[in-house]
Design a protein around this ligand. Sequence first.
Ligand SMILES: Cc1cc2nc3c(=O)[nH]c(=O)nc-3n(C[C@H](O)[C@H](O)[C@H](O)COP(=O)(O)OP(=O)(O)OC[C@H]3O[C@@H](n4cnc5c(N)ncnc54)[C@H](O)[C@@H]3O)c2cc1C
Length: 356
Amino acid sequence: MTTATLETWKEISEAAYRDLENAVGEENVSREPAVLDGYAWQPTINDDPAKWVKRPVAVVLPSSTEEVQEVVRVCNRHGLKFKAFSTGWGVYSGPTYDNVVQIDLRRMNRILDIDEKNMYALVEPYVCGAQLQAEAMKRGLNCHIIGAGPACSPLASATSGWGVGWDGIYMSYGHRNLLGAEWVLPSGELLRVGSCDSGLGWFSPDGPGPSLRGLMRGSTGALSGLGVFTKCALKLYPWPGPGRVNIKGLLLDAKAEIPENVRFHMCFFPDRKRLADAVYRMGEAEIGYLATRTAVAAFIYTFAPHLLRRIAGTRALRDVLSKGTKWVFVIMLVGATEEEIEYQDAASWPITTGSP
Ligand SMILES: Cc1cc2nc3c(=O)[nH]c(=O)nc-3n(C[C@H](O)[C@H](O)[C@H](O)COP(=O)(O)OP(=O)(O)OC[C@H]3O[C@@H](n4cnc5c(N)ncnc54)[C@H](O)[C@@H]3O)c2cc1C
């Protein structure tokens, strides 16, 4: 059986392990090789689909900010590094060095507040996009979900990594939706960023004083290199659709009832320039709720790389992927009223057909 990269791996010291047990409770820490290898198997978006990352020395499952702080202090005392893991979609949440304690935040899974009036939600790291969206939609609201999908953590992408998604045309990207964060620094100290630190609620990520958002995250995120975020407030947006979308079936066989005020268009363009022009014009017309340029071949490469290699060997299928679907995007329109959806539909027509 293949296991994690082990050339330089060493067991955690007894003293450090005991301190971790004291921090989170015996049942919430493990150094079992099989458990650790579960975290080291991180194939998604790795050059080689069979790649492992470094095996952590231990995994801990804290349940509160105080426990996260204590784990970070234990790591500092014993010369260990740490790596946070919220929902763990992809290789970036796995250890890339030796002597790393994996901090798995799955026990911190609560939506702490949905403030309907001020349109934001306060969430913990393991709240996933689907969970937050389901609750928000019941209140006529919606949240930004990254393109990696609704199983990912909105906190992770808003505070620590990337954050782009199909709904960005309407709801911007992760970092721009952050309205404050609770941050365990690499020293173990706690910092609250934004208006929440002045006891004024979670409505602004900046001030009084200079903004720390650039430092804590920048454009791409520190990927847990600057500590651990234990809660954050995220902006919510209007959702004029039903409180619950009726879906029958599972996965690829699922069928959803499309609400009257929602329209989809799949638009094919002959070249890059005409696709780019259409996207600019969509922005200028301020229409659209969700839009994506779907790279069909990239999706197949990610989930079925061997299949893509086989397709590349056939002329007809390769042409469909490389030419037929090269300059295509899908746009979803949502209107708050019948008149609005009619307007959006009418405005999108000349744009998506390339008419003047
Ligand atoms: C197939 C695929 C598609 C993708 N598509 C997109 C996309 O469309 N848009 C996009 O933005 N990204 C995308 N990514 C990139 C990336 O995988 C995700 O943005 C990210 O991994 C989201 O995963 P997650 O929410 O489960 O967070 P995690 O994987 O848990 O964490 C993401 C990063 O943030 C760090 N982190 C997590 N939680 C915390 C915390 N509480 N405190 C401090 N650091 C933390 C982790 O160590 C890790 O480095 C994609 C990745 C894959 C594999």
